[in-house]
Design a protein around this ligand. Sequence first.
Ligand code: AMP
Ligand code: GLY
Length: 431
Amino acid sequence: MNILLLGSGGREHAFAWKIVASPLCKKLYVAPGNAGTQQIAENAALNINDFDQVASFSLQHDINLIVVGPEEPLVRGIKDYFLSIPDLRHIPVIGPDKLGATLEGSKDFSKNFMLEHGIPTAKSATFVPSQITEAIAYVSQHSLPVVLKADGLAAGKGVLICQSHEEAAREIKSMLVDLKFGQASAKVVVEEFLQGIELSVFVVTDGKSYKILPEAKDYKRIGDGDTGLNTGGMGAVSPVVFATTDFLQKVEDRIIQPTIKGLRKAGMNYSGFIFIGLMNVNGDPYVIEYNVRMGDPETEVVLPRIKSDFVAMLQAVAHETLDQYALEIDEEAAATVVMVAGGYPENYDKGDVISGLEHINKALVFHAGTKRHENGHLLTNGGRVLTVTGKGKSIAEALEYAYAGVEKIQWKNVNYRKDIGKDLLSFNFNQ
Ligand code: AMP
Ligand code: GLY
């Protein structure tokens, strides 16, 4: 089959790598892709939020399946668009429809969904600008810290954890009244702070049945020891030591099953991935957020642990036969380290020459912000540049291979965290 994959990050390179490894894939196009996807597939210079463009490309190239990497085309309704046009209806889009994507696109919507379906999450209240007086009064007597969340998509920046009532009152005003995060904060969810340790669980569903993919933990802050600014993710590991069989059973019973039932009940057309951000609070799981896509860099540790045919899984999702698909997971651990341009997540340079990739032997390198110059040089082309994944018998061994790979790669002002996974190597279950 001919497959079109939308996106351009490390996540999409990992998807592309799994897709082209399948005998079911005849031809893979990645739009817009990066220098890594260009090596294994054909890049297509499309604006993935321009659905007319995606549609005419799909018809011209006889595309049989569309896989959506990032959330934006889903939140904008790419699936509904393809279903609404008779000539396009035969091309399945992996992902939810617009209603399903609202689980990520609106925190208030996802809170109501969880409440309605009895899914454990932090207690919350939602406010709009006309309720500013009540909102300030509410946060001023809330337990500390108090969590403020912009309702809409805010490029991962819309969550503030306030340590004092004064800060909370100031921030809720700047979110609701001054629109600190634009229209995304024209509604704010005020939430109880959950004390615990975070992990991400990934589920793939055809809308009826589901499979649980390997769980992962990511490292969001730019600096070692979880310091500095938040980023899209600086590294990830899988499996997660504190995600015991007992804990994962609770996640399945209390969260995954009611979520899948809830999607159906709400009338969502959902055939794709669900990324559930969880807090482990004293051994009990609580949902922090839903994403309607895979995580980045989590995908770069989750996909290398899937042994069964990935395209067969996507086909089963599209054809609602996922219950017949045998998902096989590799027992080996995976760890990934994101190499970023110095200055990221603030200002950084692009166009620096990357060298050393030819010396990598025991690691997988997934490209994110890279491009190939006409002269053959590989150049940095974004803040997150490369993701280097190691696999091994343990997280420690996987990290060893990942870091051995990282150390062979250079460019001017390269930066990466030196402590990915280190907290888990000496994890104390009683902490
Ligand atoms: P979100 O965009 O909802 O994933 O939130 C971003 C980050 O803020 C999460 O990954 C958590 O680290 C943190 N966070 C969000 N909600 C809470 C909460 N209720 N309690 C504690 N931390 C939270
Ligand atoms: N790594 C977090 C995310 O993809 O949202």
